[in-house]
Design a protein around this ligand. Structure first.
Ligand code: RAM
Length: 337
């Protein structure tokens, strides 16, 4: 009996030692993560997703974004990553065209380029990873504000940077829906689109200017997590009866949802976006996945994601998950997003 026990223990030891030395899929791979700007909680959540995948897959990663949300700052970060010999870049672009040359410099050096959250133009990327279709994200926010203001009145948009590819695409689908002739939008007038540059103070001040300029304004869509609390606080301080919707972190918006300034806001899970992008990045470096239309990528917890053709002619991978935050649901997300 003792001998059997000793044998079992010895086998268990061998198994655990070999497990410890078993190579993880991402070992030896370095990912350079670039986001729109530093200090944005949305991207901090995205980085959590990269970290979670790094723990599972064993890759190394660096992450950075410019303080000022500029493309020049992003170009400098990318050049630094190229010099450091990363294997793959995951970039949320401040301007889709401005990064094409530096991304192609990276690709010439054998580095794969994935954009995540906000696209690099197709000429400069191997794949784009996005939370959901831009049309769904845009029209969901429009329908929400239309409901909140009772189907009629003036609305405005407080966006991020004027060059932001993701916000600009969502806004183009909002405008397309408004011009579609659909009777549910017949009494809705989009009076202005302004840019808070994903800075709290600028978003607040731009909202104040809108409130001053449009005394009959009924609703604001803010498709940026930085805009959500800034726009809502401005409306609250001004005591105006203007409703807000947009793409927000639940933690930032709880007080404004509870106060009735926003009935409903939305967001996917940025942790999952970083996590899925990591799995795509590792598979691409290993040559298991090229990002071509029809290819499938298995991501733990998220299942099998399929590459499709993007509106811009490049290729895209969607998570297809949009959460809604209301008085009833927001508490479950506070502290997570
Ligand atoms: C901000 C950024 C980001 C966008 C979210 C919704 O954090 O602009 O790119 O996806 O909002």
């Amino acid at each position: 009996m003792k001998k059997v026990l000793a044998l079992v223990l010895a086998m268990m030891l061998v198994l655990s030692v070999s497990a410890a030395f078993a190579e993880k899929a991402g070992e030896g791979i370095t990912i350079g993560v670039v986001y729109k700007q530093s200090g944005n909680a949305y991207f901090q959540a995205g980085v959590e997703g990269f970290q979670k995948a790094a723990d599972e897959l064993g890759f190394e990663f660096m992450h950075d974004g410019p303080d000022d949300g500029s493309s020049d700052g992003q170009i400098r970060i990318i050049e630094n990553y190229i010099a450091q010999g990363v294997d793959v870049l995951c970039i949320s672009a401040n301007d889709p065209a401005a990064l094409v040359d530096v991304c192609n410099e990276a690709r010439d050096a054998g580095i794969k380029v994935i954009s995540w959250d906000a696209k690099v133009d197709p000429e400069g990327r191997d794949l784009d990873v996005e939370p959901a279709s831009a049309k769904v994200i845009g029209v969901t926010q429009l329908d929400s504000i239309v409901n909140s203001i009772g189907g009629e009145g003036q609305i405005a948009i407080v966006s991020a940077m004027a060059t932001a590819p993701n916000q600009n695409l969502w806004i183009s689908f909002i405008k397309e829906a408004l011009e579609s002739g659909d009777p549910k939008y017949a009494n809705i007038e989009l009076v202005d689109v302004v840019y808070g540059d994903d800075e709290y103070t600028k978003s607040f001040n731009e909202t104040q200017a809108l409130l001053d300029k449009y005394p009959d304004l009924k609703g604001i869509i803010t498709p940026t997590t930085v805009g959500g609390p800034a726009v809502s606080k401005c409306i609250q301080d001004a005591g105006r009866d203007v409703k807000v919707t947009g793409l927000t972190l639940a933690t930032d918006m709880k007080e404004f949802i509870d106060a009735g300034i926003a009935d409903e806001t939305f967001l996917w899970n940025p942790i999952e976006l970083g996590y899925a992008s990591s799995y795509a990045a590792v598979a691409m470096v290993k040559g298991d996945f090229t990002g071509a239309v029809g290819e499938k990528l298995e991501v733990p917890e998220l299942g099998e994601l399929e590459v499709t053709e993007s509106d811009d002619g490049g290729t895209i991978l969607f998570l297809n998950k949009l959460n809604s935050f209301t008085k009833d649901t927001v508490d479950a997300w506070v502290g997570i997003l």
